[in-house]
Design a protein around this ligand. Structure first.
Ligand code: ZN
Length: 150
């Protein structure tokens, strides 16, 4: 088990567009494993590779329904219906705010074995996925926040 240190806002890696993963090899598998360990250690519900300083399109999410690992994730469907709820980010400690997100999304990507997967998500799971996907494009929740909360 390896715990990475989490990059904080202000670090340019968080603003980069992350690169597509070309090959699922042991380096990527190890990255996924260590990212999950880091997320659980930090008591987060999601982590994107740029948050540990690796500009690759890799995310892990666990909103309490089990670990989801996604490589090169893409949103392929998105509800018009939206929801506003409170978010935070491991890279922006101590700050929370209300963000509007699609209520339901469908995401496709590759799992840790390189198999294609399609995930339908709603509510908090959909929110967590959208938050992590934004990280891959250098977008932070504070860019979208409607209102900061204490
Ligand atoms: Zn975040």
């Amino acid at each position: 088990m390896a715990i990475y240190s989490i990059v904080k806002i202000g670090d340019p890696v968080l603003r980069e567009k992350a690169h597509e993963v070309k090959e699922i090899n042991n380096t990527i598998k190890k990255l996924l494993k260590n990212m999950a360990d880091t997320m659980y250690d930090a008591k987060g519900v999601g982590l994107a590779a740029p948050q540990i300083g690796v500009p690759k399109r890799v995310i892990v999410v666990d909103v309490g329904e089990g670990l989801v690992e996604l490589i090169n994730p893409e949103i392929i469907e998105c509800s018009d219906e939206t929801e506003v709820d409170i978010e935070g980010c491991l890279s922006i400690p101590g700050i929370q705010g209300e963000v509007e997100r699609a209520k339901r999304i469908t995401v496709k990507g590759l799992d840790g074995e390189g198999n294609s997967v399609v995930i339908k998500a709603e509510d908090f799971f959909a929110r967590a996925l959208q938050h992590e996907l934004d990280h891959l494009d250098g977008i932070l929740f504070v860019d979208k926040v409607k209102r900061f909360v204490d």
